[in-house]
Design a protein around this ligand. Structure first.
Ligand SMILES: Nc1nc2c(c(=O)[nH]1)N[C@H]1C(S)=C(S)[C@@H](COP(=O)(O)OP(=O)(O)OC[C@H]3O[C@@H](n4cnc5c(=O)[nH]c(N)nc54)[C@H](O)[C@@H]3O)O[C@H]1N2
Ligand SMILES: Nc1nc2c(c(=O)[nH]1)N[C@H]1C(S)=C(S)[C@@H](COP(=O)(O)OP(=O)(O)OC[C@H]3O[C@@H](n4cnc5c(=O)[nH]c(N)nc54)[C@H](O)[C@@H]3O)O[C@H]1N2
Ligand code: SF4
Ligand SMILES: [Mo]
Length: 705
């Protein structure tokens, strides 16, 4: 008999609500949850490929213990008892000899993050870190510097917007189903779309206005926009008077940054910049300057992100319909959030973090995420102390931290590498023990507290029994904790027990999620009153243009603009991004997605290609100071001549994933590990490369773009 289970997709982190049709313990069909406004049955291509993922025999089928050198692919299949005992024993020994802080755990923020945080707290380690800094560390810090909220506590009201400005935010390829649908609806109703990108992305092709900006100069553009908006009083004066502090200082600061000046730096005509400022002023406050995610990723990213958020503030679009809003929690309507294991009392931790976040060396990044890309250096230099063991939980440091060669050198120094993964990822392949997690279709997960205009809770509910010998991650961590004597912090046996524990005191029960997959604390959208009661969490209760967060830490709010260096002679700036068919480094081996997009290519401008004797489809060598590799050239006019572009996530080294093995090239091999040392993001676009034609190879057409 067919049945329907409401759950959450996990082909990427967006976690779209889904309806899964099952029959005889098999998944027959997946679609967007029709009960959730904005989904209406939709899924993206990756979500639709979830079935192929479930049945893929190339994922990790049972615990594995390494028998040969790291990365050699020599494994022994193990039972759970054997693998967990091995991990428990080795961790015990490391903790006894070097202290709990010598164990680090890195993960992609997820529903079980409270479990892994509790796992480390229980053994006295401060070294939990997430992917967040790699993705948007400087966005997070910029948002806190202005509003007192993290970017994750902010949302975007696409549906009601009149004009959205996207700084490299490639929303129609780097997808979030609800956001894409809501923006499409707004555009159909006449909303304008301005897209700024050194490369003509799919999003650029849908825009009303597209600017091929000189890479890395968005900050100059924004200073000119702010200059104009203040000079011509195009801002929302009532809102700014009530909620913004530091306007006079901003006005003095942007004085020299005229549109004519910005034209020199960005390549965008001053008159065009003026028209944009005027158009936006007409549509405010229902305008959005999109503050995420990738785009111009440089060592000064914090100031670029602040400039975007400042533009929102000046237009009064914060907490406006069609603008950006602060997410409301259940407390707004007298409700209680789901409990987290981290609420318990743990032993006090006095050691600093491995990345020194929260110390005077690195004061501002968010300590609840840390800064992942600091890990290789910390291990190699034993600074601030030796790290001996690393647990990777849905995170691949080899492909996701720039400079894979340095990362591997650091991994080589560790006594223990354990990976909890669903796939034979590159990090799983390089580990000592692999503990396979059940896929999202095979497990119930921790409760998703979905704050927003309407606070809700969602639940990932198990749809079918695990195909292979796998377990949920939260159960795996509990079972390791039991072997370390810290099992008491994990008061559950099954995921359903954990969910029941989390729901205690909320007034909701596990069974309440069965009919639709979610529960709501209210059915009305909550906006705060724009005149009286926006609750900014800065010390002053206002939007702090002159930021106490930055200045108390010794950083200026408005440093002078430093021109973006052009690439040295015969070099290009390497820029990267995503496509609609893959999630980061996770899906390249998926049977469906691999068939459609098996390989990445290098976008290079036609004039530059001609100068280098490169034709479309030629194989080329691309080299940086950190590494080099081979890839096919995609010769095009659709990219700025200073840049070359490749998709992130290809070039896998794991031989067990045969479809993605050695297909295309990994950007992490080429990138230097440089950071914005104020905001915390890696400067992913600060690496220069050379490109040369590989002689004696046939020109051909790859399947990907
Ligand atoms: N299909 C799919 N969707 C995803 C993801 C995925 O992996 N796959 N991942 C999700 C995650 S975690 C994230 S962070 C988001 C990322 O969402 P986006 O940031 O929208 O995604 P990217 O594809 O990385 O887009 C970066 C764009 O910035 C452009 N760019 C490079 N340099 C500059 C510059 O100097 N200025 C400007 N203005 N643009 C520049 C690049 O050409 C590229 O088009 O996507 C989310 N959605
Ligand atoms: N060089 C370079 N580095 C980057 C970026 C870039 O563009 N270029 N982008 C950055 C960005 S925006 C982000 S968000 C990060 C993402 O960085 P990561 O989190 O490392 O990337 P993902 O591909 O999301 O997932 C990593 C691992 O999770 C595994 N996985 C997938 N589903 C599950 C599951 O259900 N359970 C478990 N246990 N494992 C699972 C996958 O098999 C994969 O090995 O990378 C950042 N790093
Ligand atoms: S955006 Fe696509 S892959 Fe990501 S959760 Fe939604 S449907 Fe799944
Ligand atoms: Mo990301």
């Amino acid at each position: 008999m067919e049945s329907e289970v409401y759950s959450l997709c996990f082909m990427c982190s967006v976690r779209c609500p889904i309806k899964v049709t099952t029959k005889d313990d098999q998944v027959k069909w997946i679609e967007g949850n029709p009960h959730v406004a904005g989904m209406e049955g939709s899924l993206c291509p990756r979500g639709a490929a979830g079935i192929a993922f479930l049945y893929d025999h190339e994922r990790v089928q049972s615990p594995m213990i390494r028998t040969g050198p790291r990365g050699s692919g020599q494994w022994k299949k193990a039972t759970w008892e054997e693998a967990l005992d091995r991990v428990g024993e080795q961790l015990r020994k490391i903790i006894d000899e070097h202290g709990g802080h010598s164990v680090a755990l890195g993960e992609r923020t997820q529903l079980a993050t409270h479990v892994s945080k509790a796992f480390l707290k229980a053994i006295g380690s401060p070294n939990h870190f997430t992917h967040d800094a790699l993705c948007k560390g400087s966005v997070n810090t910029a948002a806190r510097s202005l509003f007192g909220y993290t970017d994750a506590q902010m949302g975007i009201d696409y549906k009601n917007t009149r004009h959205i400005v996207l700084y490299g935010r490639n929303i129609f390829e780097a997808i979030e189903v609800k956001g894409v649908r809501a923006l499409t609806e707004a555009v159909e109703k006449g909303a304008k779309l301005t897209c700024i990108d050194p490369r003509v992305s799919i999003t650029a092709t849908k825009a009303d206005r597209y600017w091929m900006i000189r890479p890395g100069t968005d900050l100059a553009l924004n200073y000119a926009l702010i200059h104009l908006i203040l000079r011509d009083r195009l801002y929302d004066a009532a809102y700014v008077d009530r909620w913004v502090s530091g306007l006079a200082q901003l006005q003095d600061f942007v004085q020299p940054y005229t549109p004519q000046w910005a034209q020199q730096e960005t390549g965008i005509a001053a008159s065009e910049i003026e028209s944009l400022a005027r158009e936006l002023a007409e549509d405010r406050p229902a305008v959005i300057f999109h503050f995420g995610y990738r785009g111009a990723n440089h060592a000064n990213e914090i100031y670029q992100r602040r400039s975007i958020l400042i533009l929102n503030a000046l237009m009064g679009s914060t907490e406006a319909k069609g603008g950006i809003f602060f997410k409301k929690g259940p407390g707004e309507v007298g409700g209680k959030p789901a409990r987290k294991l981290t609420e318990q009392t743990f032993p006090e931790i006095t050691m600093p973090r491995f990345d020194k976040v929260g110390t005077p060396d690195f004061p501002l990044p968010d300590p609840s995420h840390g800064v992942a890309q600091m890990l290789p250096r910390a291990i190699l230099d034993d600074d601030p102390y030796p790290i001996k063991a690393l647990i990777n939980y849905r995170f691949d440091p080899i492909m996701s931290i720039p400079d894979s060669a340095m990362t591997k050198k650091a991994l080589d120094k560790l006594d223990l590498i354990v990976t909890i993964d669903v796939n034979y990822s590159d990090i799983a392949w390089y580990s000592d023990v692999i503990l396979p997690e059940s896929t999202y279709l095979e497990r119930t997960d921790s409760v998703q507290q979905a704050n927003g205009l309407k606070p809700q809770m969602f639940l990932r509910q198990q749809c079918v029994t695990p195909r292979y010998d796998t377990r949920p991650g939260a159960v795996i961590l509990k079972q390791i904790a039991e072997r370390l004597g810290t099992g008491a912090y994990f008061p559950y046996k099954t995921m359903e027990d954990l969910v029941r524990w989390q729901l205690e005191g909320t007034g909701f029960y596990l069974e309440d999620f069965r009919p639709k997959g979610f529960v709501a604390y209210t059915d009305k959208q909550i906006f705060w009153d724009r005149e009286t009661s926006i609750k900014f969490k800065t010390p002053s209760g206002k939007i702090e243009l002159v930021s106490s967060l930055l200045e108390d830490a010794g950083y200026p709010s408005f440093p002078e603009y430093e021109p973006m260096a052009a690439p040295p002679e015969s070099h290009f700036r390497l820029i990267t991004g995503r496509c609609a068919l893959h999630t980061h480094v996770s899906t390249q081996n998926n049977p469906y997605l691999n068939e459609i997009a098996p390989e990445n290519v290098l976008w290079i401008h036609s004039n530059e290609a001609e100068r280098l004797g490169i034709k479309d489809g030629d194989r080329v060598t691309i080299s940086s100071s950190r590494g080099s590799g081979e890839i096919r050239a995609f010769v095009t006019d659709l990219i700025h001549p200073e840049a070359v572009f490749m998709l992130h996530g290809y070039g896998h080294e794991s031989q067990a994933a045969t479809r993605s093995f050695n297909k295309g090239l990994s950007d992490a091999v080429l990138m230097e590990n440089i950071s914005d040392m104020i905001g915390g993001s890696p400067a992913l676009h600060d690496t220069f490369v050379t490109v040369t034609k590989l002689e004696g190879t046939a020109t051909g057409k790859p399947g990907g773009r």
